[in-house]
Design a protein around this ligand. Structure first.
Ligand SMILES: *[C@@H]1O[C@H](CO)[C@@H](O)[C@H](O)[C@H]1NC(C)=O
Ligand SMILES: *[C@@H]1O[C@H](CO)[C@@H](O)[C@H](O)[C@H]1NC(C)=O
Ligand SMILES: *[C@@H]1O[C@H](CO)[C@@H](O)[C@H](O)[C@H]1NC(C)=O
Length: 395
């Protein structure tokens, strides 16, 4: 199909016509989607923060250095993992190119974003930095909140699709990944010393920010949006280390995770699910999919061995030592940090982020399994979900 298209297009001279042809050519590469559009934070960033740091002369962050990216890309890409993220597995499985970061792409190269564009930025929050800043919660990494990302999207729309009708069509055929986003609103606040009681007051605001972004995308023509909930943050080496030895903390003895923090994630997720079900009533023609990252991940926190995580699910592969191999003052990739030999035997990569192997479990559970509501294959039954063979091992 691509071949015959390029033959036809060679007889046309203007770029515009070629652009439009490209649009038609890629229309049926899989059952349902011609493009992936992504918003979010480090769980989905495929290189935006890295690009932003070049533009703002920001101090390079530790995850721009090896061993980040060692497993699949064999070099750091700006992804906060050793390898691929959920979004990479999604793109591979519906036979779309890996979703490119938006930041740094200019001019005629914008056309390359028509089959997938990623606005997610590591460290990003759902609420605006100014709002959180007023509460004393400062974001050390980025001000590119969800609204900022949505602004980039709206500004790049003319380069992604030519006119209003075309854009509606483009969005109708796009799979929108809205997140995960919101986790950092809580992470930054907790690390700034805020109490869980105070954090609970943020939850409705965070959900509102996510929902209003969803509404804006629907009004522009989006027809399929996947909105992940929060991960069980009580299973993060960051918090297991921060509260280590503290007497106020309760542990779930089936996982070793911190009960209060996981309950907090569940609270966020419950509120999100309630809002999403109201959205389904308001927009019955739109596929609004809740992605249950929490319970997808709990599978390997409950039974790490079953997923090959023979080194447990609570200890980071890469970090600065200590009971969970996490130390806030020695990050993964710092000179005095250590990295495991077999990342696929760990669920946690660097204390906060997961390994490629863990992201693959989440991808499979959500996109091929029951951890989505409604289930992904019921929304797009004709999508050829390609089985991705074994995760590249840590050689
Ligand atoms: C965020 O914005 C504030 C205020 O404009 C600025 O001082 C700060 O440097 C920004 N932070 C980052 C990480 O860009
Ligand atoms: C976990 O806690 C329950 C109830 O508190 C207790 O009955 C059980 O023995 C504990 N299991 C382990 C493995 O400690
Ligand atoms: C983190 O590393 C520093 C420097 O080596 C050390 O002083 C500190 O005790 C470590 N903290 C933990 C929690 O291991």
């Amino acid at each position: 199909m691509a071949e015959s298209c390029s033959l036809i297009s060679s007889s046309f001279v203007t770029f515009i016509i070629i652009f439009q042809l490209l649009c038609t050519c890629t229309l049926y590469t899989n059952g349902c989607y011609t493009s992936i559009i992504s918003f979010g934070d480090s769980l989905a960033d495929t290189g935006n923060l890295k690009q932003l740091s070049y533009h703002t002369n920001q101090q390079p962050l530790h995850f721009f250095y090896p061993p980040y990216g060692e497993t699949f890309f064999h070099q750091p890409t700006g992804r906060c993992s050793n390898g691929r993220l959920v979004i990479d597995f999604v793109a591979e499985s519906i036979r779309l190119p890996l979703v490119q970061p938006f930041v740094g792409v200019k001019g005629r190269h914008m056309i390359e974003l028509r089959r997938g564009v990623n606005y997610a930025v590591a460290g990003a929050t759902a609420l605006d930095s100014s709002f959180l800043g007023a509460k004393g919660v400062h974001n050390p990494m980025t001000n590119s909140s969800l609204q900022v990302q949505l602004g980039w999207f709206k500004r790049s729309l003319p380069a992604l699709c030519d006119n209003e009708l075309n854009c509606k069509h483009f969005l109708r055929r796009s799979l929108i990944l809205m997140g995960e986003i919101g986790g950092n609103d809580y992470n930054h606040a907790l690390l700034a010393g805020k109490s869980l009681e105070e954090l609970e007051t943020y939850v409705p605001l965070v959900i509102e920010a996510i929902i209003s972004a969803v509404i804006e995308l629907i009004e522009l023509g989006a027809k399929t949006l996947l909105i992940p909930g929060n991960l069980p943050i009580g299973c993060s080496p960051v918090y297991l280390t921060k509260y280590y030895g503290s007497s106020d903390v309760e542990y779930d003895n089936s996982t070793g995770c911190i009960t209060q923090l996981n309950k907090f994630s569940e609270y966020h997720n419950e509120l999100l699910k309630i809002e999403l079900s109201q959205m389904r009533e308001r927009y019955p023609e739109v596929n609004i999919i809740y992605a249950d990252y929490y319970n997808a991940a709990m599978q390997f926190f409950r039974s790490p061995n079953k997923y090959g995580f023979i080194n447990g699910a609570l200890k980071a592969c890469c970090g600065g030592g200590g009971p969970f191999n996490y130390n806030a003052s020695i990050a993964c990739a710092d000179l005095s940090s250590n990295v495991c030999m077999q990342p696929h035997t760990y669920a946690n990569w660097d204390g906060l982020h997961l390994t490629e192997a863990a992201y693959k479990v989440i991808y499979k559970s959500v996109f091929q399994g029951p951890y989505a509501m409604p289930q992904f294959h019921s929304v797009c039954p004709t999508t050829i979900v390609q089985e991705i063979d074994g995760i590249s091992s840590s050689t």
